[in-house]
Structures are given as C-alpha cells and as structure tokens.
Design a protein around this ligand. Structure first.
Ligand SMILES: [Zn+2]
Length: 336
C-alpha cells in the first residue's frame, strides 16, 4: 500500500513490525502495517492494505543494515517535527516538508527497518500535533520516537551484523526488552514476532535464533560482503571469492620467493666482503689506512645495497638489475 508523507489524519491503528523466520528453508518474511491487516494477510487475504510484505534469504534484515554515520535520522527525520511542534503555525509547513521529504526517501529505499521507522515517525508526529498542549505532546513524541530512531542511529554495522559484538558492546542490548510471540492462525505455523515500539527486540530475537541454529553472520575476507555461515571459521562467501583468495595467496607466495632470492644474493655478497676484509686484516701488505678505507667502503656498499633492495621490493627496479649491480661491487676493494 502507498503511504503519503504529508499532513493528514493519522491512521487509527498503530503500525507494527512483524518478523517470521523459516529456519528450514532459510528465509525471513517481514510485514509492516496495522496489526489487524497483517493478521488478515497471514490468514490468506491478499488485500492491498499493508505497507510491506517481502520474503528474503535468512539474515537479510541484519546483513543489509547500514549505519547512520551522519545521524541524518535525527537531523532530518526527527528534529524538523520536534521543532514544528514548538513553533508558530506559519513556520510549520516548511519544517514538515523537510521532515516528510527525508522520511519519504527512506521509505522508498526499500529497507524494512527504514520503512518502519519512517512510518512510525510520520504517524507519531501526526498524532502528537492533535492535542492542544503542544509541549506535552512534543515530550510524548520524543520519548516514543527515541526508541525508533536510536535503534537506527546508534548502531554500527559491525554491532548489528555480528551477534557476538551485539551482546558484548551494547549497553542498549542489556536493557530489558519485550517482544510478543504471535500465532495469527492459532496454529504453530507461522510463528511471528511482533514489535510495537523499538526495533531492538527484533534484532535481539533474530540473533538468538541464528545462534541457536548454529548460524553466524560473517564478513567475507575478499569482497567484504556479509554472509551466513555454519562455522565462525568460514571467511569466504562464495566459490568465486574462494578462487580469488587462492590467486591472492599465490601472488603473495611468488612475491615472497622473489624477495627471498635477492635477499640471499645480498647476504652472500656481504659475507664475501667480510671475507676479503678479514684476509686483509691478517695480511702484512695492507696498511691500517687501507683497512679503514675498506671498512668504510663496506658500510657505503651496505647503505646503497639496502636502498636498491627497497626499490626492487617496491617494483621500481628489477631483481636482475639488482643482482647485476651487486655482483661487481666487491671488486672495488681490490682498488684500495
Ligand atoms: Zn566474498
């Protein structure tokens, strides 16, 4: 069903968020609308009177969450309405337009938590502007909406998508929260959970169901996408990423092999220099001045060789260039 984001008579029933998890088929179904209409839909009536009804792969709700890093929900989705409740009538249309435009854009992005929050804030505002006592109404609006918008604003991607993080870091998740189990047909299936206010119980419930089914949300090491895995050890989302990971590993291995080769050349050459200098130290034909010149030439060699080694490592010159250069350096000792 369409929803118009503008000033209108509020919907008489409150809007709820309903989640159905099918662990066997690995699906999630989410419905958003008035409780009565959702009940009818789940009993098989197909009337177009609810706002959202979609089935997606298990875990989608959590995995598609995007952190509201700029706190736009507060700035554009909540504050304009809060200010409208406190300002003169002639200022209200502009504030309402800012707020409704933002909520509409979130509603249209198709993400269920955004749709739910947009509808709840819009309806919350429309109900709050009815009573005469505006300040009191604004307070009630603030309290009711904080649970809705805070859920979207204060969660990082990592926390919402990873059950372990969710329970570890969150102060919110340690609050007592309630959720209703709902059997609209009076039969075991479908088993729904229904949220009337905060989205937190839904996320809590979802995580605990996944964990008890032995499923974990993991982030793919290669493409960065989140995916459901049966073990925390799994780090790759698909066959494609497994192949890609194999290629990355091979490239790293080859690079290390090349690095080992020119590193060995360098070490051998150093040993060669040391041997020559050692012999000279024992020889009666080499003067102390010559010896000290040889030692400083060696230090000089090491400095330049290390610079050249770095440039090979960074790909600025080739291994062959390095090896061709290094092999003739020790002959300088004989010139001293
Ligand atoms: Zn991947």
């Amino acid at each position: 069903m369409e929803y118009t984001f503008n000033r209108h008579e509020p919907i008489p029933d409150s809007i709820v968020f309903v989640l159905i998890l099918d662990m066997k088929r690995k699906k999630e179904r989410i419905l958003i609308g008035s409780e009565n209409y959702i009940e009818l839909r789940l009993r098989g009536f197909e009337d177009d009177n609810i706002f959202y009804d979609r089935t997606a792969p298990l875990g989608s709700l959590l995995m598609n969450f995007h952190q509201d890093t700029d706190r736009t929900w507060n700035e554009f989705g909540f504050m304009p309405f809060w200010n409208a409740l406190h300002s003169n009538r002639w200022k209200q249309p502009e504030l309402e337009k800012t707020g409704f435009d933002f909520l509409r854009s979130r509603f249209e992005n198709g993400y269920p938590l955004d749709i739910y929050a947009a509808l709840r804030i819009s309806e919350g505002y429309l109900k709050a502007r009815l009573p005469r006592d505006r300040n009191r109404a604004a307070e009630i609006f603030n309290i009711e909406m904080s649970e809705i918008k805070d859920g979207l604003m204060d969660w990082t991607d990592e926390r919402i998508k990873t059950p372990k993080k969710f329970y570890e870091d969150s102060t919110l998740s340690k609050k007592a929260i309630k959720i209703d189990l709902w059997y609209p047909n009076g039969t075991p299936e479908p088993e729904c959970v229904i949220a009337h206010d905060s989205i937190l119980p839904i996320i809590n419930f979802y995580h605990s169901r996944l964990l008890s089914a032995g499923l974990n949300i993991r982030k793919c090491k290669v493409c960065g996408k989140y995916f459901l895995a049966e073990s925390l050890k799994y780090e790759l989302c698909s066959e494609k990423c497994r192949k890609e990971q194999g290629k990355i590993k091979k490239r790293e291995f080859d690079a290390r092999a090349v690095e080992n080769s020119y590193d060995r050349t360098y070490k051998n050459e150093c040993q060669h220099w040391r041997n020559i200098i050692h012999k000279a130290e024992k020889s009666a034909e080499v003067s102390p001045e010559q010896l000290s010149k040889m030692k400083s030439a060696f230090n000089n060699f090491k400095t330049v060789a290390l610079e050249k080694k770095t440039s090979v490592k960074n790909g600025q010159s080739s291994t062959k260039e390095f090896e061709d250069w290094i092999i003739v350096q020790s002959s300088r000792l004989y010139e001293i």
